[in-house]
Design a protein around this ligand. Structure first.
Ligand SMILES: [Zn+2]
Length: 347
């Protein structure tokens, strides 16, 4: 996981061969170089896609097609990208890593009524390791669409993925695909993923904490103050079926111009975060002398996500729950539900 002292120009740190075999140093260098080219020149990447597949409709990957629908960014959006870049570079610096600044060209903002890839259904943003870009879908609600908090939140989440430890793996057909992002890994040959739920949870929790640090920033202060004020004002309001209107998971509450319409935007990945927090709670309780608070345990997860170095996390988990627990957890199949079950049974 070593890094050079110079600024990075691609998120990809490692490359593994088929079935995790080694690839030659020359090939590794070639792949890393290609990723740098894709990172630096998104225009050329788009041209390449059109050349390679002859026609836009023939591009086999919908998550690539989406980027052709991007809208031009406003100065306000460019400023938010800059703020988020600085905050995420601060995060890298904490772990001794150099800057990796994501150019605005690598962030595509897509109109809400443009085609959206099936594999990203249910989400309004994604990160493509192989394309070295982030895609954000504009909110359909005009209140959310004009919110700086909502946009910053989404870019921040994806940028944490982008700046986490990333590696590629060679597939059976010899092409390369994303393999590790942070704590999670995927296997394009069998369409499987491991620890992705916990990786998402750490990413969203980290997003929450970084956004909280931005609450006094002039770009977000007014919106965040209004959100907090509305949280207080709406705390007793019930919906038509008697449930509380607020769940406590809202990170943005906004009103339209005549104050007649309200819009709530929620933190994502509730189930994943629940699993992470249960694991942190168990580790914390079973190691009373080791940690002064849960945040210290959480920070070990952050370290593993950003650096890809899971040694201290896996040692802690093994010492707490028994030999090979981390290894077994890393091999749980079946997504977050199964990860959650595994964590529930730990003692
Ligand atoms: Zn994510």
């Amino acid at each position: 996981m070593s890094e050079s002292k110079t600024e990075k120009f691609s998120s990809i740190e490692g490359v593994v061969g088929k079935e995790h075999s080694d690839i030659s140093e020359d090939e590794r260098k070639k792949v890393l170089k290609t990723m740098e080219v894709i990172f630096r020149d998104q225009e050329e990447f788009k041209k390449y896609l059109l050349r390679e597949f002859k026609d836009f409709e023939e591009i086999p990957n919908d998550s690539f097609k989406t980027i052709f629908y991007e809208k031009e960014k406003t100065p306000g959006e460019l400023e938010i990208i800059d703020i988020v870049n600085k905050k995420t570079n601060e995060l890298r610096k904490k772990f001794g890593f150099t800057d990796l600044s994501i150019p605005p060209k690598n962030i595509y903002i897509i109109p809400y009524n443009a085609p959206w890839p099936k594999e990203a259904e249910g989400s309004s943003s994604y990160y493509s390791p192989i394309g070295q870009f982030i895609v954000i879908r504009e909110a359909e609600s005009d209140i959310a669409r004009s919110s700086k908090t909502v946009l910053a939140w989404k870019i921040l989440h994806e940028m944490i993925h982008f700046k986490s430890y990333n590696s590629l793996k060679q597939l059976e057909d010899s092409s390369f695909d994303g393999h590790i992002v942070g704590l999670g890994s995927s296997d394009g040959d069998n369409d499987e993923s491991f620890l992705s739920g916990l990786n998402e949870a750490v990413t969203e929790e980290l997003t929450t904490r970084i956004m909280d640090k931005l609450k006094d920033h002039p770009r977000f202060k007014k919106e965040m103050e209004l959100t907090n004020e509305l949280k207080k004002r709406l705390s007793d309001i019930k919906t038509a079926d008697g449930e509380p209107l607020l769940s406590g998971e809202e990170f943005f509450i906004g009103l339209n111009k005549d104050n007649k319409k309200i819009y709530l935007e929620y933190k994502e990945l509730a189930e994943e975060r629940e699993a992470l927090n249960e694991l942190i709670e168990k580790i914390f309780k079973k190691n009373p002398d080791k940690f002064k608070d849960r945040e210290e345990v959480f920070n070990l997860f952050v370290k593993a996500v950003v650096t890809g170095d899971t040694v201290s996390l896996s040692q802690l988990i093994d010492n707490t729950f028994g030999k090979d627990t981390f290894k077994k957890l890393s091999k749980v199949r079946g997504g977050i539900e199964k990860e959650k079950e595994y964590i529930k049974d730990l003692n």
